[in-house]
Write a protein that binds this ligand. Structure first.
Ligand code: ASP
Length: 315
């Protein structure tokens, strides 16, 4: 049995203690801990890394505090369009969906694409049709609604601006304060298999069918048993241009860097050079974990079979 580990995130950005109330801080911490423990329980019972990341993400998607599943941000048209991806590092199998609506857990749909379709990436109405065919749980629009996200959208819907803002900031600060939503998980199971998963509502007021890095294999999500599992959060456009998740894997595979070194180069050097604000979580096949961000904070948690456990919000 090798060391097993789960790492999760709930978004990165301008997450500052002075903006938090004790209640909200408690709610975020509990939300992260519940998801982390659910993923860890799967690993403890000798479950697969794929099932562990899925279990953690379903809980984060169901939690209205995070911008994924229930509580997703609103698009320019005032609806919620969600993206998700999952990858199995033992086979390099992957499944992604983009712009799906009314799917309770987009990560479940991405897993269906991975397991039960001949494709990797489905979008829009076709992805929704596939959800119906596979019996993936759907919910009415009201299920996804949250007053906070609605107010956030109302404040900018008449402008051409879009916002990556994530949390509870005062509305008047919306335009200058950046926070990123999105949830993600990476895990290494008892057999040394790695998986990664990411799910998001994307950006408030997004339009033209905009898709970020989260569902793009190699950009926001990547897993390979030879190197690492990575899930990103941040300004998606930059993470796409940096091919961020795969770049970490390449630095490990071709240059022999450790997980920590490779993630540090991508987040603090390469992304910084193109103003790519955000962060990522990672795990390698030995169960080593890293959580690195260049923003003020990142909702994050990790737990490992050697007893190491951490839940953190700020820098
Ligand atoms: N990366 C996501 C996107 O660009 C946003 C986020 O991480 O909050 O859609």
């Amino acid at each position: 049995m090798s060391k097993f580990t789960i790492v999760i995130h709930g978004g990165a950005g301008t997450i500052l203690k002075e903006d938090m109330t004790p209640d909200l801080e408690h709610a975020y911490t509990e939300g992260l801990k519940t998801a982390m423990d659910a993923g860890f329980a799967v690993l403890e019972e000798e479950g697969s890394a794929v099932n562990a990341v899925k279990a953690a993400l379903v809980i984060l998607e169901d939690n209205v505090l995070f911008n994924a599943g229930r509580g997703s941000v609103f698009t320019k048209k005032g609806v919620q369009e969600m993206d998700a991806a999952i990858m199995d590092g033992s086979t390099l199998d992957a499944g992604s969906v983009a712009g799906v609506r009314n799917v309770r857990n987009p990560i479940e749909l991405a897993a269906e694409v991975m397991r039960n379709s001949n494709h990797v990436f489905l979008s829009g109405k076709g992805a929704n049709d596939f959800a119906i065919k596979q019996g993936v749980k759907l919910e009415p629009d009201e299920y996804f609604f949250s007053q906070f996200r609605y107010d956030q959208w109302k404040a900018i819907r008449d402008s051409d601006n879009y916002s990556l803002d994530h949390t509870h900031q005062r509305l008047e600060e919306l335009m200058k304060d950046k926070k990123f939503g999105t949830v993600g998980a990476v895990a290494c199971d008892q057999k040394g298999n790695i998986a990664a998963a990411t799910s998001t509502g994307g950006m408030t007021n997004k339009k033209y069918g905009r898709i970020g890095d989260s569902p793009l294999i190699g950009c926001g999500t990547y897993a390979n048993n030879n190197t690492c599992g990575i899930s990103c959060t941040g300004h998606g456009e930059m993470f796409i241009r940096a091919v961020a998740a795969y770049d970490v894997s390449c630095l490990m595979e071709y240059k022999g860097y450790t997980l920590q070194e490779a993630m540090d180069i991508v987040v603090n050097e390469k992304l910084m050079k193109i103003n790519g604000e955000g962060g990522m979580i990672g795990v390698d096949a030995k169960g080593n974990a890293a959580m690195i961000f260049n923003s003020a904070g990142m909702y994050r948690a990790m737990r490992s079979s050697d007893g190491v456990e951490e839940v953190a919000l700020y820098r």
